[in-house]
Design a protein around this ligand. Sequence first.
Ligand SMILES: Nc1ncnc2c1ncn2[C@@H]1O[C@H](COP(=O)(O)OP(=O)(O)OP(=O)(O)O)[C@@H](O)[C@H]1O
Ligand SMILES: [Mg+2]
Length: 337
Amino acid sequence: MGGTSTKDGVLLEVRDLEMSIFADGGNRIVRAVNGLSFTLRRGRTMGIIGESGSGKSMTSLSILRLLPRGARILGGQVLFDGRDLVSLAERDLRRMRGRHIAMILQDPMVSLDPLYRVGDQVAEPLRTHQGMGGDALRARVIELLGAVGIPAPESRFNQYPHQMSGGMLQRIVGAAAISCGPELLIADEPTTALDPTVQAQYLDLLEELQQRTGLALIVITHDLGVAARLCDDVIVMYAGRAAEKAPVRTLFERPAHPYTQALLSTLPGRRAPDDIKVDAHKRLPTIEGQPPDLAALPPGCPFAPRCPRADAKCRTEMPPEVSLATDHSAACWYPTT
Ligand SMILES: Nc1ncnc2c1ncn2[C@@H]1O[C@H](COP(=O)(O)OP(=O)(O)OP(=O)(O)O)[C@@H](O)[C@H]1O
Ligand SMILES: [Mg+2]
C-alpha cells in the first residue's frame, strides 16, 4: 500500500459513518453510529470516551466491518491509507485485519483459545498473512514474545493460557497483534474494570507496543485518566456522534461542549491532563439524567434533555459540528468559545 504517499501522514479518515443494528427482526432500529467523522495520523493516539452505550465499540467494529448480527453500515467512508474499507471486498478486508489493522481487547481471554499453546496463537497471523512456517515461524514468535517482555520466551511458547498470569496473557495478545506489523491498533476497554494492576500493565503494554512499532492507536475507554495519559486527541462520543473532538490538552483546559464540561466538572482539582489520575475502578463520571435510547432518538440534539444550555432550537434541530480551532470542534448550537 502507498503509505508514504498519503498526504499529511493521514492513516485513517472516517467520514460521516453511519451504522444501525436492525434488532428484533427489524422492529427496533438501534442507531449505534450517527455520522461520525475523524482523522487519525500515523503514529498518533486517538482516544474515544463516552458513557456506556454511546457507540464506542460499535464504531471500532464498524471500522473493521466486524459487525454484530443485524448490523449494517448505512453510509459514510472509512478511508485507511486512502482505501475505503466500507466498500472493500470481504476477501480484501480479511487481508487487512490483523495485518494492517489489529484489535485487542483488555480481557485477553476473549482473544485466546484455552485449548491451544500460546506460541501457536501468536504464530497464527504470521501463518495466515505472511505464509510463514517451520523453524522461521517459531523463531519469529519467540522473538516477538521476547519483544513484548515475556521472560524465557522459548519455554513460554509451549504453555497454555491457564498456565500464565493475566499480565503475561495480555502480552501474548499484544505479541499476536503486532506480529504482522500493523499500522493501526484498536484497543477496546470493556465496561467491567479488571484488577487495577492488570489495567495499569495493559496501559504500559499499549505504550510499549506503540513506542516499539510506531503504530497509530485508537484507545476506547470510560476513563478520563486513560485518555489524559495516552492520547494525543480525544473524541467525546454521545449517542453515536462526536459531541466534541479536540487535542487532549484543549479538551481538558477549554472544553466547548456542555457534555464534556459536565464530565470534567465532576473531576476534583485542576484540570490539566497531567493531574488526572488513572483509576481502573473509576468509571466515566456519571452526570444527571439518562442517555438517550438509540432506537428512539429525539429530533434535535441528543444531549438536549440533559443540557443546561438547551433551548427550543436544540430540541428540534440537530446541531452541526462547529469548528472552533484547528482539530477542535463541537456539535453544539452554543459551544463555549
Ligand atoms: N447485538 C446488538 N443488538 C442490538 N443492539 C446492540 C447490539 N450491540 C450493541 N447494541 C447497542 O448499540 C449501542 C452502542 O453500543 P456499544 O457497544 O458500541 O456501546 P459502548 O459505547 O461500547 O458501551 P460500553 O462502554 O458499555 O462498552 C447500544 O445502545 C447497544 O445497546
Ligand atoms: Mg464497548
